[in-house]
Design a protein around this ligand. Structure first.
Ligand SMILES: Nc1ncnc2c1ncn2[C@@H]1O[C@H](COP(=O)(O)OP(=O)(O)OP(=O)(O)O)[C@@H](O)[C@H]1O
Ligand SMILES: [Mg+2]
Length: 375
């Protein structure tokens, strides 16, 4: 099995997050909508799917990433509901009957195919917002009638705020979520900043609707158990403490990069040493250098200066002091102006000791390599 996926961590590839799982389970049972929030690639989607697997309620995973319009959002939600109907009713004839009934009043045609039911939208004349609200209400009534609790997981939900200029769809979903006793709502999105705008702004419909669960990195003692078990299985031996330490320090326990480095190490025939681990990471950094540089080209010169400073200095708590701004060759107010968007866009975070740190260990590694300079 793949212990270190670089896509979703499902089944046995999922490590820890016990507290978060407990809290999600509690909220699901308690009918409280949930918001999962974290910087990119910390494990929101994996966590949500793991919790559904545990609670064993039928769920629809609605990934809005590719939605470009209100109609797309409506379709993705309806297809998600279609998925759920398939989980509530598995006999094909009964499913066709159930789905046909369900979608008829929304003027949507249903055909059953091998992969499940397919919806035909072309006759649909109602506004997207109305269809969304109606279909959520109908789903609720159906679940209630069948005495089943179901879950709607709306991922990449920031898209809803991006493709619409009004908040009507948000208002419709809020209305449905607030009234619901049989559909549990889980929201997540990879753009933390846009998600926070939707959920923290008192003028927006989602203000104070959800229990908010913030994901942090997984701690090293949990990873240690997990990694050593995987090492035993692969090489019949445990990694040396120094090797573990270097893996943790290079990836800074960032879930994606930890998996990335370990997936490369687990391709080796022999148990990796500290040096090999370090070399493989350097190789990975080298291979990704130009992609990172291209991304950083989009930032302002001052933002880049600041990132380079953070990548190459250890003492990064008093960023605005004379001494620090002099090293950076910036004024205190330009540091202030540069740091805000970097925090907002998750390039930088403030750690518990109040140190400003680069969030992405790959970006940090590229910036601290000697060959990097501002063009
Ligand atoms: N609990 C976990 N145990 C082990 N690995 C994990 C865990 N959670 C996430 N990962 C790994 O971290 C990476 C990101 O996971 P996932 O896609 O779930 O995060 P995400 O926060 O939804 O990302 P995005 O912000 O891009 O949507 C993947 O490589 C995944 O395998
Ligand atoms: Mg995700």
């Amino acid at each position: 099995m793949n212990y270190f996926p670089t896509y979703l961590a499902l089944g046995e590839a999922f490590c820890n997050r016990k507290e978060e799982l407990k809290r999600i389970s509690y909220n699901l049972k308690d009918n409280t909508p949930i918001l999962l929030i974290s910087p990119r690639r910390y494990g929101k989607t994996s966590l949500a799917l793991k919790s559904f697997e545990q609670i064993k309620w039928p769920y629809a995973y609605i990934d809005l990433y590719k939605a470009l319009s209100e109609e797309d959002i409506e379709r993705f939600i309806l297809q998600g509901i279609g998925q759920l109907l398939g989980k509530i009713e598995s006999a094909p004839k009964k499913l066709l009957h159930l789905a046909g009934d369900f979608f008829a009043s929304l003027q949507i045609k249903v055909v059953v195919e091998k992969a499940g039911i397919q919806l035909e939208f072309n006759q649909n004349k109602l506004a997207a917002t109305d269809i969304i609200l109606k279909s959520l209400e109908k789903l609720h009534d159906l679940a209630k009638k069948k005495e089943k609790r179901v879950i709607l997981f709306l991922d990449e939900f920031q898209i809803v705020g991006e493709v619409t200029h009004h908040h009507a769809i948000e208002a419709a979903i809020r209305e449905a979520a607030q009234k619901s006793s049989h559909i549990a709502y889980v929201f997540s999105g990879s753009n933390r900043h846009l998600m926070e705008q939707m959920f923290y702004d008192r003028k927006r419909p989602f203000y104070k609707l959800c229990d908010q669960i913030k994901l942090d990195r997984i701690n090293s003692s949990e990873y240690e158990k997990y990694i050593q078990r995987a090492a035993q299985k692969k090489w019949n031996k445990k990694l040396a403490q120094k090797t573990l330490d270097i893996i943790f320090s290079l990836t800074e326990l960032h879930p994606y990069y930890l998996n990335k480095l370990c997936s490369l190490l687990w391709q080796l025939e022999k148990l990796p040493t500290e040096n090999e681990s370090s070399m493989i990471w350097q190789q990975f950094v080298f291979e990704n250098k130009s992609t990172v540089e291209r991304e950083l080209d989009l930032l302002s010169i001052n933002q880049r200066k600041l990132l380079i400073f953070l990548a190459t200095n250890k003492k990064t708590d008093e960023l605005f002091s004379k001494k620090m701004t002099k090293i950076m060759n910036l004024t205190s107010s330009s540091v202030q102006r540069a740091i805000e968007p970097l925090l907002e866009k998750d390039y930088v975070f403030i750690d518990p000791n109040k140190f400003y740190r680069i969030l992405d260990p790959l970006i940090k590694a590229v910036l601290s390599s000697e060959s990097f300079s501002i063009k």
